[in-house]
Design a protein around this ligand. Structure first.
Ligand code: DX5
Ligand code: ZN
Length: 228
């Protein structure tokens, strides 16, 4: 069976007590911590940089899944590696020399991922897929937490799963944006192996721990197909 990971996005955490928020989701069984880096150019919002990644590195031993929504990410790969990132995800839309950027991430000893905006076709992955550890399908337009899931993306996830299965490599398929207990099992059935969730965990009225457990339950209810 495919193992499904849950990656809470700290974009929606209460930053006054980041350590407590991260410890709560870790206790509830979070697999990775997702960090949304935004530069105000590639996306219309500004968020975190290396110091927050370094702080998280001191808070937790969970893998830090760093999503770079920035232009020319090659300028900062080494700095994020030094700060303690485990996985670096770059957007295909931000990298004219994507192959070079992916090689750069791997040379630093990190896992390399590529992200696709909702309007970017999967064909953009064709030549790079054999070189990546992870594909991130944006299921909202990047820039903000708490947006509604774009329903059509479920079919895109299904097609991405087929592309990955056609290669004999363990590539994670991550979905990011508007993910919660109501659509988690569908996404897992479509082929996702990593669910990023911000608002549905950190803004849940029942609290982050209970929300994460509910999300896990939804994942476990999915009928996960076996690898061919
Ligand atoms: C959006 C970010 C997401 C965001 C998801 O641009 O990439 O990781 O935190 O937040 P939710 O789960 O609230 O849609
Ligand atoms: Zn993200």
């Amino acid at each position: 069976m495919r193992e499904v990971k849950i990656a809470p996005s700290i974009l929606s955490a209460d930053l006054r007590c980041l350590a407590r928020e991260v410890e709560a989701v870790a206790r509830a069984g979070a697999d990775w911590i997702h960090v949304d880096v935004m530069d105000g150019h590639f996306v219309p919002n500004l968020t975190f940089g290396m110091p927050i990644v370094a702080a998280l590195r001191r808070i937790t031993s969970l893998p830090l899944d760093v999503h770079l929504m920035i232009e020319a990410p090659e300028r900062y790969l080494e700095a994020f590696a030094q700060a303690g990132a485990d996985r670096l995800i770059v957007h295909v839309e931000a990298c004219p020399h994507l192959h070079r950027v992916i090689q750069g991430i791997r040379r630093l000893g990190l896992r390399a991922g590529v992200a696709l905006n909702p309007a970017t076709p999967l064909s953009a992955l064709e030549e790079i897929l054999p070189d990546v550890d992870q594909v991130l399908i944006m299921t909202v337009n990047p820039g903000f937490g708490g947006q509604a899931f774009i329903e059509r993306m479920r079919e895109k996830v299904r097609r991405a799963r087929r592309m990955i299965d056609a290669l004999d490599r363990p590539i994670e398929l991550e979905v990011d944006g508007g993910v919660g207990p109501e659509n988690a099992s569908d996404l897992v059935e479509a082929g996702a192996t990593v669910l990023v969730a911000g608002a549905s965990i950190f803004e849940a009225p029942e609290g982050a721990e209970a929300a994460l457990r509910r999300l896990r339950q939804a994942v476990e209810n999915a009928r996960i197909p076996r690898f061919p």
